[in-house]
Write a protein that binds this ligand. Structure first.
Ligand code: NAP
Length: 271
């Protein structure tokens, strides 16, 4: 781990926080991303109490603003000379009423998917310079088909559908970026999506479902495997549920829809 630099979005709470802690203790340089500097400072203090030599960087950005995503990427280009692993983990759920991002997009779609799409694109040159490198998209087993006639869910908004649509979008993006990298002969970056564990004990689950079924440790182990295990070193363009490769909704395997989402995303991030 010693030479590796790892960015975890949404490291201020839940799964991201635990994964960051584990990686720091193992000796990686960890970039803790969150939207609240105070909360990130507390996370850093906790890690440093346990591991006084931890190498931590703090990066603040609200992912509901594409301008802040761009600034986050610029900050990372400035402060890190390498990026061995990018973990797109930050996520929101449980928005009973339809809400819009700073750029006017449905908030689950904007935070859970579009921010990661833009951040990954902007950081890709740094990831490429650090290869072999890995990208891990923390998605979910809870998925909903994307209706391209109503991506922003202006008709019939439903919080579960909004969350699930954003999680499937992450998987389409994972498969599409994998193919694009391979087409240009770049096999040194792997990209995979994962459902970490079902209903872990986090505030996201409390907001959406109430009672948890699993611990954060369960999900963290599965995500850490994709980040670090030699067993998946060359594995790319896959979707996992915990430790097992799994099948996502059929739309994820539809090339036309993946291309369509990519094109739409490029348009949406231009704003
Ligand atoms: N929990 C589960 O059972 C489960 C199952 C499947 C998938 N997942 C996925 O796991 C990931 C982590 O979720 P979690 O359960 O650990 O939830 P969590 O405890 O609520 O953590 C979510 C993280 O995302 C950050 N975040 C949310 N909105 C943000 C925004 N606009 N800008 C920047 N950061 C933002 C949060 O920051 P704050 O600390 O400031 O709120 C927090 O650090 C999510 O992608 C989720 O979809 C979770």
């Amino acid at each position: 781990m010693g030479e590796r630099t790892i960015l975890i979005t949404g490291a201020s709470d839940g799964l991201g926080r635990l994964v960051a802690r584990r990686l720091s203790i193992a000796g990686a340089t960890v970039i803790l991303h969150g939207r609240d500097r105070g909360k990130l400072g507390e996370v850093a203090k906790d890690i440093e109490r346990e591991s006084p030599n931890a190498r931590l960087l703090i990066a603040v950005a609200d992912l509901s603003s594409l301008a802040q995503v761009r600034r986050l990427a610029a900050d990372i280009h400035e402060s890190a000379d390498r990026l061995d692993v990018l973990v797109n983990n930050a996520g929101v759920a449980g928005l009973v009423d339809r809400q819009l991002s700073a750029d006017g997009y449905e908030l689950h779609f904007a935070v859970n998917y579009l921010a990661g799409f833009l951040l990954t694109s902007l950081l890709l040159p740094l990831v490429q310079r650090s290869a072999p490198a890995r990208i891990v998209n923390v998605s979910s087993k809870g998925q909903h088909q994307i209706d391209f006639t109503d991506v922003m869910l202006e008709r019939d908004y439903d919080q579960l559908r909004a969350y699930r649509q954003s999680k499937l979008a992450q998987i389409l993006f994972t498969f599409e970026l994998h193919e694009r990298l391979r087409r240009r002969g770049d096999a040194r970056i792997t990209i995979n999506a994962i459902h970490p564990a079902t209903l872990m004990d986090t505030k996201l689950v409390k907001a959406l479902w109430g009672a948890p079924l699993t611990s954060i440790e369960d999900g963290a182990e599965a995500v850490l495997r994709l980040i670090d295990s030699a067993a998946v070193a060359g594995t790319s363009g896959r979707y996992f549920e915990g430790f097992s490769e799994a099948t996502a909704l059929p739309q994820a395997y539809n090339r036309e829809d993946r291309f369509r989402l990519w094109q739409l995303s490029e348009e949406l991030v231009k704003c």
